[in-house]
Design a protein around this ligand. Structure first.
Ligand code: NAD
Ligand code: DAO
Ligand code: ZN
Length: 369
């Protein structure tokens, strides 16, 4: 079939809206009509050429929502008409990783996903006979995409696409970092570095679990108002702190954070996030994705004296199991997603959406088809 897509022809170039060919779903696959997709920094990172694993030409996008339009042979967990959220971390429920119950990093299709192809080693997208690569196993910058059955979460029928698409990445990552990875307890003092789409979700989950202090740290003072709306109790702009930020935060939290979250992708901030944690028990979670080849450092004594350094991918969420629950939380009014959607625009304006993100003027732009 012919589909409309934003094609990343090569690194560093704007995306071009084109009509591309999409083959139908094969065994174990589903065709999904994408109704809405968020634009996230990871798409921009790959498009920039800085991602060493980036493949071109490709169809990017990983924060989408849509409707199942066709199913391949043997598909049993979803049917035509079901609303779904594509998953860049699948959940096969059968691999060593899924069965371990210790991780959400299902490895069932990891190799081919990284190679930009479907599990059978081929691409469903092409243009004038030339192969286009899939991206993160999702390729949501197209009005139709093909996904493995294990990489779609079935969600309720009344969920609005232009909001719940953000559950495909930023929302689940922030909320899951608090609930699944850190397991923040009521009464905890929490410090969140970076108040973008991910950090705001860390904040709202910290509020949800009954945290005491929720300290937000951001260089951009314009982020304060929204973060307070999500539950931040104290704002710190590092530029306004006299002296070192770490002792300032330790003092503010009366001994250090019980939990800290780095939601920027800056290795120097990752160190600050660890070192502002409470001696003896503070846990710091790395959520931000640093540039290729970068390394973190601290004095080992920070860990010897009880601080714990962890990381999280997609908030530790098992997509097919946890994503429908987060959709329910949104529909029940437990979490706010509406405020995260700064702009909604048609896919044709995708390059404008990237510009807005780079300027830091939006939390998320949602594109519709
Ligand atoms: P964002 O750009 O919207 O937010 C980042 C915020 O950090 C901005 O408000 C910015 O002003 C602030 N900031 C930048 N440098 C700072 C500094 N030195 N000190 C304090 N604040 C600073 O980004 P986002 O969409 O919220 O994503 C945050 C990070 O999370 C990115 O690195 C993204 O790639 C990553 N991410 C990780 C996962 C995962 O599964 N681990 C999933 C999604 C996103
Ligand atoms: O299993 O080896 C693996 C990799 C799984 C993907 C992890 C992605 C984490 C960060 C994604 C950035 C935001 C979209
Ligand atoms: Zn698995």
């Amino acid at each position: 079939m012919k589909v409309k897509a934003a094609v990343a022809r090569s690194a560093g170039k704007p995306l071009s809206i084109e009509t591309v060919d999409l083959d139908g779903p094969r065994a174990g696959e589903v065709l999904v009509e994408i109704k809405a997709t968020g634009v996230c920094h990871t798409d921009a990172y790959t498009l920039s050429g800085a991602d060493p694993e980036g493949l071109f030409p490709a169809i990017l996008g990983h924060e989408g929502a849509g409707i199942v339009a066709e199913v391949g042979a043997g598909v049993t967990s979803v049917k035509v008409g079901d609303r779904v959220i594509p998953l860049y971390i699948p959940e096969c429920r059968n691999c060593e990783y899924c069965l371990s119950r210790k991780t959400n990093l299902c490895q069932a299709i990891r190799v081919t996903q990284g190679q930009g192809v479907m599990p059978d080693g081929t691409s469903r997208f092409s243009i004038d006979g030339q192969k286009l690569y899939h991206y993160m196993g999702t390729s949501t910058f197209a009005n139709y995409t093909v996904l493995p059955e294990i990489a779609v979460a079935k969600i309720r029928e009344d969920a609005p696409f232009d909001k719940v698409c953000l559950i495909g990445c930023g929302v689940t990552t922030g909320i899951g970092a608090v609930i699944n990875t850190a397991k923040v307890e009521p009464g905890s003092n929490v410090v969140v570095f970076g108040l973008g789409g991910v950090g705001l979700n860390v904040i709202q989950a910290a509020r949800l679990v009954g945290a005491n202090m929720i300290v937000g740290v951001d260089l951009n003072p314009d982020k304060r108002e929204m973060a307070e709306k999500f539950g931040m109790t104290h704002f710190v702009n590092p530029r306004e702190v006299e002296g070192d930020l770490v002792p300032y935060l330790v003092d503010l939290t009366k001994g250090g954070a019980d939990y800290s979250f780095e939601c920027i992708g800056n290795i120097n901030v990752m160190r600050q996030a660890l070192e502002c944690c409470h001696k003896g028990w503070g846990v710091s979670v790395i959520v931000g994705v640093a540039g290729a080849g970068q390394e973190i450092s601290t004095r080992p004594f920070q860990l010897v004296t009880g601080r714990v350094w962890k990381g999280t991918a997609f908030g530790g969420a098992k997509g097919r199991t946890d994503v429908p629950k987060i959709v329910d939380w949104y529909m029940d009014g437990k979490i706010d997603i509406d405020s995260l959607v700064s702009r909604v625009m048609p896919i044709d304006q995708i390059n404008e959406a990237f510009d807005l993100m780079h300027k830091g003027e939006v939390i998320r732009t949602v594109l519709t088809f």
